[in-house]
Design a protein around this ligand. Structure first.
Ligand code: ADP
Ligand code: MG
Length: 419
């Protein structure tokens, strides 16, 4: 499996103009149904009691465009999640009810897994497909009720939360033991192969392995991970700029940047063959041989090499409860994303500038692939409400765009919900 394709690629949709994401989240109830209500909906649909499983969305705190260079990322699970209620069947069918899409499907297992439907059901179907390939017994069928409050297509990985919640549900219902890392890989495979989106492992990984009030630092080479404690008096505030720009290249700039990085990597490897990926290179290497690269390659490589160092330093900052230091690292990461990776945009710069002027904001940076999307901000809990108001008002008056803003703590990974 190609683990170099990591997070966020599917979010780089092509659009010449700033746009409001299509297909906004529909939800029957605000806030989302309680687990007891979801269990009751399941019973009303299928006339049998269910087991319930939840899996969170995520936000990347630091470590952008480092994943496909075997480097480090540091996301956190957020307290927006998808819940899957499950019960067994004996007729070889999958009945699934999406509360958000207000749709029921009924198919035999074979029909469901034969082809993608280009609908929300592809995500649970992909997971069932990957589980069956792995040998998990699914052929008797299941009834599922799926409800979530992770905003769709906002870059908070609602897709991974559906996948991981479905996997937990099926594994839980069949009492099939699987290590968390393997569940994450299986869900990534479901999205890569069945859904057809070239996403990396980060989203599924943190949805499985997240921990309350901790960030998850992932080594994208070994898939080892480290939990870094986030002080409980801080909130993670995510501001959605509601824009997504594409560059003239038509690929969101991603392919060009990747090619520039690879050209730089080849130059470093010609001097030090033991460099397998940019993760193995140092700033000293870049100082020695960077002059042989194009200026763009040099900047892309510098972003990746310095960003890996910042992720490692960020773990230490959290361990020392040093939010000021963490905020400095976020600011450096933002500058590198903007100036070296060159993937910011005017709307994001406005959000960052506004955030840095708010009391109680420790740090702010663009998160995700770039060219729009969301910023992530670490804000003192007692200032978070005022921060949200100021960001909303300031962004609206500067751009005319209403940002969507989500406040979260770092939350636990996937789990069963006791009823
Ligand atoms: P992101 O993962 O950034 O939110 P994606 O485009 O990768 O955006 O995934 C969004 C898709 O995941 C939705 O269009 C839908 O098909 C599926 N999905 C997400 N949440 C739910 C949900 N609660 N119920 C059913 N499908 C969902
Ligand atoms: Mg997704």
């Amino acid at each position: 499996m190609d683990l170099r394709y990591l997070f966020g690629l599917q979010r780089k949709r092509k659009s010449a103009e700033p746009s409001i994401p299509a297909n906004r989240f529909t939800i029957l109830k605000e806030p989302m149904q309680t687990p007891a209500e979801i269990a009751a909906l399941h019973f009303a649909s299928y006339n049998v009691p269910a087991q319930l499983f939840a899996a969170p969305g995520r936000v990347n705190l630091i470590g952008e465009h480092t994943d496909y260079s075997d480097g480090f990322v540091m996301p956190a699970a957020i307290d927006f999640s998808t819940i899957v209620a499950i019960s067994h069947r004996t007729d070889g069918r999958i009945l699934a009810h999406s509360v958000n899409f207000q749709e029921h499907i009924t198919k035999t297992v074979d029909e469901l897994l034969a082809a993608r439907a280009k609908s929300w059901s592809d995500y649970p179907a992909g997971v069932l497909w990957a589980l069956r390939e792995h040998g998990v017994p699914i052929d008797n069928g299941f009834s599922l009720t799926i409800a979530g409050d992770v905003p769709l297509g906002a870059g908070l990985s609602s897709s991974a939360s559906v996948e991981v919640a479905t996997a937990f549900a099926v594994l839980g219902a069949t009492s099939y033991d699987m290590p968390l890392k393997q569940i994450a890989l299986l869900c990534q495979r479901a999205e890569n192969v069945f859904v057809g989106a070239n996403v990396g492992i980060m989203d599924q990984f943190v949805s499985c392995c997240g921990a309350q009030d901790h960030a998850v630092m992932i080594d994208c080479r070994s898939l080892e991970y480290t939990l870094a404690p986030i002080p409980p008096e801080v909130r993670i505030v995510i501001c959605n700029s509601m824009v997504k720009h594409s560059l003239a290249e038509g690929d969101g700039g991603y392919n060009t940047r990747r090619a520039e990085m690879e050209a730089g990597l080849r130059i470093l490897q010609s001097h030090r063959p033991e460099i397998k990926a940019l993760r193995d290179a140092t700033m000293a290497d870049l100082e020695k041989w960077g002059s042989e690269m194009s200026p763009a390659s040099l900047r892309r490589c510098r972003h990746v090499i310095t960003e890996d160092d910042r992720v490692l330093a960020a773990v230490e900052a959290f361990r020392a409860s040093d939010l000021t230091r963490f905020g400095e690292l976020m600011a450096q990461a933002m500058a590198s994303f903007r100036d070296d990776f060159e993937a910011s945009c005017p709307e994001i710069d406005i959000l960052i500038d506004l955030a840095n002027r708010q009391p109680g904001c420790f740090g702010a940076r663009l998160t995700g692939g770039g060219f729009g999307g969301c910023t992530v901000n670490l804000v003192a809990a007692d200032r978070a409400a005022a921060f949200v108001d100021a960001m909303r008002a300031g962004y609206l008056s500067a751009t005319g765009i209403a940002a969507e803003i989500y406040t979260s703590r770092a939350s636990a990974g996937a789990h069963q919900i006791p009823l």
